[in-house]
Design a protein around this ligand. Structure first.
Ligand code: PLP
Length: 412
């Protein structure tokens, strides 16, 4: 007899029977409002009929065709659809299965393209759990400690943590860019630096939007020094922030975009996009994997992008996100335990703090658990675990947002 590893300790006692849209029907007979979406994955809600139909149809045609052996139609269609939404100039797409693999592929690409060894990531960033991705990750020590040595050639630069330091955003950006320049002068010479990698909104690091001026500063330095700017859109991309890409809020052009999670509504697939010129610097065999760009996942991705466009889900994410945010801002004025509310679109974080403004993880956890009793599913995040993140489906309704806010209020 086997049991599940204790590593798989769930944040809630819920066992899913079936799910539809924003609702999870559990084996306990209760119906939970799901504001976790499998950690930002089920973008079109659970079991969107079009996504289910596309996957079902594809299963009957071919499930797996290894993409360096033979190509299949869904991946060609997905690439065409991505071409309509990718930033200008990023016309070459490569596929993997998870976010971490895509992160790894992007840093290998930056190294191959530049012939330089170093990658700079930013404090509080989360890029995954494989050894290379964990090396870039500083969203909490639990993601790094205990299994060193991690990958060499990684330097971690300060992130403009304005709220943490009680600064205004401009001061934090100025500080972080100056520190980055100092790092490029003292530790990682530009001629040794292959890439910057950053999230447009810190995800597991606490749902903190990266200030647009900081991304613009990175763009400027990347141009000046020939460094590859990699934007990790694994959690913030595909409409989640109310724009198709999280970096759209900063109006910058990335060199590489990585996407996964919301791309196929729950089927595992990730994509790495760059210019043909940059992508051409990687040689066949250097990237990829057996399951990369799986045919059923790709078909689900095609249906997902189609639903997002047809049902105007990016716009819905912005509108519902604004309603959610208005409700959360109001709660901040009513409950002293809420120290800060921030985010973009349907990616909002509520930071719980003690009266002396220090992180209060115990209250965040208690609220998350009380929410389960209210039949609302929420997750925590942040290095201290004191941030509750709200990540509804992109097609969440105005009523569901209000129901969620009411249940959240009860939980607090
Ligand atoms: N990058 C970001 C921004 C993420 O949020 C995650 C996962 O949460 C990853 C990378 C890693 O993705 P995966 O868990 O699919 O490997």
């Amino acid at each position: 007899m086997a049991t599940l590893s204790p590593i798989l300790k769930q944040a809630t006692p819920v066992v899913v029977d079936y799910a539809a849209g924003s609702w999870i029907h559990a084996t306990d007979g209760k119906k939970y409002l799901d504001f976790t979406t499998g950690i930002g994955v089920t973008s079109t809600g659970h079991c969107h009929p079009d996504v289910v139909a596309a996957a079902r149809e594809q299963v009957g045609k071919i499930v797996h065709a290894q993409y360096t052996t033979v190509m299949h139609k869904p991946l060609l269609e997905l690439t065409e659809l991505l071409g309509d939404v990718l930033p200008e100039g990023l016309d070459s797409v490569f596929y993997a299965t998870s976010g971490s693999e895509a992160v790894e592929a992007s840093i290998r690409l930056a190294r191959m393209a530049t012939g330089r060894p170093n990658i700079i990531s930013f404090q509080g960033g989360f890029h995954g759990r494989t050894v290379a991705a964990a090396s870039l990750t500083t969203a909490g020590t639990k993601f790094r400690s205990g299994f060193s040595p991690l990958m060499s050639g990684v330097h971690i630069a300060p992130f403009p943590h304005w709220y943490r330091h009680g600064w205004d955003e401009a001061t934090a950006v100025d500080f972080a860019l100056k520190e980055l320049d100092y790092l490029l002068m003292t530790i990682s010479n530009p001629s040794d630096t292959a890439g910057f990698i950053i999230e447009p909104v810190l995800g597991d690091g606490g749902y903190i939007p990266t200030p647009p001026a900081f991304l613009q500063g990175l763009r400027e330095r990347a141009d000046r020094h020939g460094i590859v700017l990699i934007i990790d859109e694994v959690q913030a991309g595909v409409g989640r922030t109310g724009r198709f890409w999280g970096h759209d809020w900063a109006g910058i052009r990335p060199d590489v975009v990585i996407t996964a999670k919301g791309l196929a509504s729950g089927f595992p697939i990730s994509a790495i996009a760059a210019s043909s010129e940059l992508m051409g610097k990687a040689w066949p065999g250097s990237q990829g994997g057996t399951y990369g760009g799986n045919a059923v996942a790709a078909a689900a991705g095609v249906a997902t992008l189609d639903v997002i466009r047809r049902e105007n889900l990016v716009e819905n994410a912005l509108l519902r996100g604004n309603e959610l945010r208005a409700g959360l801002d109001k709660l901040q004025t009513e409950f002293a335990v809420i120290g800060n509310v921030r985010g973009r679109g349907l990616m909002q974080g509520i930071e719980f703090t003690a009266p002396d403004n220090t992180p209060d993880a115990a209250t965040a956890l208690a609220v998350q658990q009380a929410a389960v009793a209210e039949e609302l599913l929420l997750l925590t995040c942040g290095p201290h675990g004191n941030v509750i993140r709200v990540i509804p489906a992109l097609n969440v309704t105005a009523d569901e947002i209000q129901t969620g806010l009411a249940r959240f209020t009860q939980a607090i």
